[in-house]
Design a protein around this ligand. Structure first.
Ligand code: URA
Length: 235
């Protein structure tokens, strides 16, 4: 790969910025200072330094964001803040959210520039598990557990895939729901089908990924190894 592409992939700067950095003699490849940006390097073997600091090649970036309510799951929006406003600059160029959470939904969102993985995780054939905590306007009827388990008609061509409902509290109506697909407004529509309105929604897990103690509005960089676990939690 060309040295300038390598430096861009490492989020050092734009093509023209990294060319200037190389010209200024701030970059070394295996201890020698290249004169031009078009030399070829082997990203697996060569040691590339900038200002004497060794660069670690990362073609793909993966982050978890604890999305707050009030921002849209998009790269740009004219009206609202977007989830990307919470992300570091290195992530803003090529990364996008995997799937979407509604404007008023909080919780775990995976953000990456790995388009292939993103496509796989969103594909209807990969039934990645997603767990949601919901508050409701009234107690969830007990038969919702069986209805969700069997698959419920939410007005689409097909009923939903079997889902696991755990009714948590009747005095302060709340529930936890695990689903294995990602239809538009799916959780809200499932509860609506049993007569309940969702008043608060938070996604707690996405496959093997969890929010742990990540505060709302903050992100965490994760590794591909943590992601590959995602598909192991499918049904
Ligand atoms: N289901 C919904 O209804 N909304 C979300 O944001 C996510 C899942």
């Amino acid at each position: 790969m060309r040295l300038d592409k390598f430096l861009c992939d490492c989020q050092i700067g734009t093509r023209s910025e990294v060319k200037k950095i190389i010209k200024a003699g701030r970059v070394t490849v295996n201890g020698t200072t290249p004169k031009t940006a078009d030399i070829k390097i082997d990203e697996a073997k060569d040691i590339v330094c900038i200002d004497s600091k060794t660069l670690k090649y990362e073609k793909y970036l993966y982050y978890i964001l604890h999305k707050p309510a009030g921002c849209v799951t998009a790269n740009k929006d004219n009206l609202h803040k977007t989830v990307m406003d919470y992300m570091p600059n290195e992530c803003k160029k090529d990364c996008s959210p995997v799937g979407r959470l509604d404007l008023d939904t909080e919780g775990l969102l995976l953000i990456t520039n790995d388009g292939k993985l993103s496509h796989e995780l969103l594909s209807p054939t990969h039934h990645v598990s997603k767990t949601y905590y919901a508050k409701l306007d009234k107690p969830v009827p007990q038969d919702a557990v069986r209805l969700f388990k069997d698959g419920i008609d939410i007005g689409d061509e097909k009923p939903t895939l079997p889902a696991e409902l755990d009714i948590l509290d009747e005095d302060f109506p709340s529930a936890r729901l695990a689903i294995y697909e990602g239809r538009f407004h799916q959780v809200k529509r499932m509860f609506k089908a049993v007569g309940c309105e969702v008043t608060y929604l938070r996604r707690e897990t996405f496959g093997s990924l969890t929010l742990e103690n990540l505060p709302k509005g903050e992100y965490k960089k994760i590794t591909i190894n943590e992601i590959t676990g995602i598909t192991e939690t499918t049904k």
